[in-house]
Design a protein around this ligand. Sequence first.
Ligand code: ARG
Length: 573
Amino acid sequence: METLTQLLTQKLSAAFEKCGYSPELGIVGGSDRPDLCRFQCNGAFSGAKLYHKAPRMIAAEVAETLKDDPQLSKIEAVGAGFINIDVSDEFLLGYVKQVLADKDLGIPQAKTKETIVLDYGGPNVAKPLHIGHMRPAVIGESLKRLTRATGRTAISDVHLGDWGMPIGLCIAELSERCGGDLSKVKISVELLNEIYPFASARKNTDEEFYDKARAITAAMQNGDERYQAIWRDIVAVSVEDIKKNYDRLNISFDYWYGESDSGKYIGELVDTLKKEGLLYESDGALVVDVTQEDDKITVPPVMIKKSDGSNIYATTDLATIIQRMREFDPTEIWYVADSRQSLHFTQVFRCAKKSGIAPQDVKLEYFGFGTMNGADGKPYKTRDGGVMKLEEFYNTVYEAALERVADSKYSSEDEKESIAHRIAVATIKFGDLINHRAKDYIFDLDKFMASDGKTGSFLLYTVARINSILRKTGEPGEFDAPEIYTEQERDLLHCIAASGEKIGMAYAEKAPNLVCENAYALSCAFSKFYHDNHILTETDENKKRAWTQLCAACKKMLEKHLDLLGIETVDLM
Ligand code: ARG
């Protein structure tokens, strides 16, 4: 369905046209002066240039045309040529009713068929899942949900790092420890957690060991069955652990492909690059030049094969593009990865376009994200300065949440645990997503878990409070409020009416933080409404029903927002 500003734009466009001006001047947006009106149109200023007429005159003519429109409670030409607009209560109520009946809750839907592959998460198998894996998964999951909410097809792929040096290092170390007979090794998460950091440190001081790990990596990639058998065990155990961690945070994937799955397309990749005359030798390696004339920074050639014939990160990313085009025929592919990988993606995208692996009309987008830091402004660490595991991080937040609900008189012990879990997830995710993804931020547990302010807790609390009201009043039935009784009620209705458009903007900018901001705005509008209108003690039955319905409407809209953020709500708190 259309947004409220689209409907008003149609109205104003028709009015401009009726007065002999271009309908394109009728664009309506939210007001810069909410104290004067809720919507405004500045088209008269552009009109003045086109028609050599004072903007004030154009604005006055257009406003005059609409002065008897029953859907508008205000249409006024003011100042140098602004048009201030308000909608009538009847129109607003009717619009909100439509939004609530709409299966998409008023979120603008894509007009064409679009399929987007989202590549996020990207954990590396064999390495323990650490705090650095939280952001790509949380942001990517929200972008996926946002994409689906706008009527597009989103296909998520975790793109495991399952094919590179970390595996070779682990196998090299394991093979020494078991005296060369890898079939004796029993892989477990604990073993991997111990072995990877050990082997990774060892490679820095033990050149012979490093060479061996390199040789093993190459042999594994080229199909050595002994190494592939242990590699399969490592992947299986790691993936199980990764799934457990992601599930806990409501993060899921349609595909659990890894870099290794692109292996069968590498031959085709190399052939295509050769055929296009793009591949050349440089110091024994095979590379593709991806510079462009207007480059402000040096973009080095992208390496496809190292001098020892092995593949690198860019090789598998390019081969994965072939795989994705074949399997999913997407209109766009998005990558959520660390900001430091910007150059890598520039190289890969250019090579993909230049070679035709990605057709010209397929959009390749990279969404870099910043770092989550501790109070010292450096990447979040354990108390003793070590790398914090994702599980450990969740547990810290969960323990704090459990303490918060410990003396809740409303819930049983079992419920307390599930409520604390949801508070923990909301705290982590909202705390992350409220920041624009590209920014670094400091994780401050007390601040992020506070029961008011821009926090997950505040939003869960709002929903719980509405639940408590609805338990007392009973479900109010479909929204059919006959009139608006108070200003706070009107504010909340406007907030609900504008939500779809706000979510549409969040999609357009790929910015889940805008969903967070709007969810917060809804919660604040609800708090004011609830504070000033005494729903439970109201004696006028019509008023009471209208207000209860508004509570239910607000809850529905808030839950939609939280769902887009991948946050589950609680019944009580
Ligand atoms: N595994 C990579 C890393 O740990 C992230 C993967 C991002 N996705 C991609 N297609 N390169 O940095």
